[in-house]
Design a binder for this molecule. Structure first.
Ligand code: 5GP
Ligand code: MG
Length: 181
């Protein structure tokens, strides 16, 4: 049996193995290549959680692309606050660019939905949304998601870039909060 991990006060159990993640990352990269291989898109990864996924996705995409980051936060502990704040803004001019938003997880959708008007104001040529994880039952906004790695139930997860109050990002696999019985 694989091991549970304790982070702060909570116990998490293994959920998605790194090999499974890597297989999906490759599939998403292949799908992106079909649409963007001659377009030099810019990957816009949303910090902090997406840094691991963005690094793997970028290296799985063997066509020209740029990578940039913005920092938006909506979470405290294990729940969304519903309020999105920008902590590091955009540096690039995105006018006429194909922009691919790279997220770790879309939960309520608040983060992306709130950010889209800001992004659209730059008049990019196109906006696509790629997220490693999504929780369809938690979604509160009409969002178009172009590529999703895994649809998961509405349970808190950590690892592969995702944290619980700052810790757990370094775990290679994804772990799910263990139910207290
Ligand atoms: P949303 O704005 O869609 O509700 O939430 C998006 C952000 O909340 C994600 O980018 C992520 O940072 C955080 N988040 C949502 N669900 C989870 C989760 O299950 N685990 C962790 N660690 N972060 C989450
Ligand atoms: Mg995030």
């Amino acid at each position: 049996m694989s091991k549970t991990v304790k982070i702060h006060d909570l116990v998490f159990e293994p959920y998605i193995k790194n090999v499974t993640i890597q297989k999906r990352v490759k599939e998403i990269a292949d799908a992106l290549a079909k649409d963007f291989s001659d377009k030099k898109p810019i990957f816009l990864a949303i910090l902090n959680g997406s840094f691991v996924f963005a690094a793997d996705l970028a290296r799985a995409c063997n066509f020209d692309h740029e990578v940039s980051f913005i920092k938006l936060t909506s979470y405290e502990g294990t729940t969304s606050t519903g309020k999105v704040t920008t902590q590091i803004g955009l540096q690039e001019d995105l006018t006429d660019r194909d922009v691919i938003i790279v997220e770790d997880i879309i939960d309520t959708g608040t983060t992306i939905y709130t950010f889209l008007p800001t992004l659209k104001a730059y008049n990019p040529k196109s906006i696509s949304v790629v997220s490693l994880l999504s929780k369809p039952s938690a979604l509160k906004y009409p969002l178009t998601m172009n590529h999703i790695g895994f649809e998961i139930p509405n349970k808190f997860v950590v690892g592969y870039g995702l944290d619980y109050n700052g810790l757990g990002r370094n775990l290679k696999d994804i772990y799910q909060l263990k139910e207290v019985k």
